[in-house]
Design a binder for this molecule. Structure first.
Ligand SMILES: [Zn+2]
Length: 247
């Protein structure tokens, strides 16, 4: 399966996760690459994106992809934009507009409540810059959502098993509000960062209920046959994604 559904059918919103299987792209982008910026053959990527549109039963134009820049800016999307918004998170209150985040090792995050949904892209920079807090703040700014009603899904990313980090990342984590949490670990003289745990802690610090947070848990590098991994493939790879929409 190239696309799986993430929420129960009866909820007023829907979300999904894609992987690298059963698409049209040739190696090293094989095969369900959704990233247009990675030098894959453009018509092939568009054919893959059409498949997402078919799956969500919406026109391809209703699926909004970001121009992601490893920042912590959140964009409110109320209608189909002329160009991909330059941001790392999007919020909408408009039904039938699918928000997409694309990744290959960074953490894709979906946030959803009745009347408002969001996606966020959190690599180490977005994580220490607390993009999930900005996203939840924007959700509250544009709707009357209660934090107790927000569900979060933390998607597949590079795991602490495969993510040794250098002094720049360690210093940034220690300077952030993650410093007292066990998101860094030491093994064989190297320091490893747990991006999924860090983002789970950050959404809990924002007031979301633990029972409303689902962590898929897969490591993209350990499961490189299923997901794209920037690190496992030395930067030459495609992108998988998570999407969310209000019904
Ligand atoms: Zn791993």
């Amino acid at each position: 399966m190239a696309i799986i559904s993430l929420f129960e059918q009866h909820l007023p919103y829907a979300a999904f996760l894609t992987n690298r299987l059963d698409g049209h792209s040739a190696a090293p982008f094989d095969s369900f690459n959704l990233g247009l910026h990675v030098n894959d053959h453009m018509p092939t990527v568009l054919a893959n994106r059409e498949r997402v549109a078919y799956w969500v039963q919406q026109p391809n134009d209703n699926i909004v992809y970001m121009n992601q820049i490893h920042g912590n800016h959140v964009e409110l999307v109320s209608e189909i934009p002329a160009l991909p918004p330059v941001c790392d998170a999007m919020v909408t209150t408009t039904p039938n507009l699918t928000l997409m985040v694309l990744v290959a090792d960074c953490v894709p995050i979906v946030l959803a409540a009745p009347g408002v949904v969001a996606v966020a892209h959190a690599g180490w920079r977005g994580t220490v810059a607390n993009i999930v807090a900005n996203t939840i703040a924007k959700m509250q700014q544009v709707s009357n959502v209660e934090k107790s009603d927000i569900k979060a899904i933390i998607g597949p990313s590079i795991g602490p098993c495969c993510y040794p980090v250098g002094p720049e990342v360690v210093e940034a984590v220690m300077a952030s509000n993650l410093k007292d949490n066990d998101c860094l670990s030491v093994s064989n003289g190297q320091i490893f960062f747990d991006l999924q745990k860090a983002n789970r802690l950050l959404v809990i610090k924002e007031g979301l209920c633990g029972e409303n947070i689902q962590t898929i848990g897969d490591c993209t590098s350990c499961n490189n046959e299923t997901y794209y991994s920037y690190r496992a493939e030395a930067g030459l790879t495609g992108r998988f994604g998570m999407g969310v929409a209000l019904k």
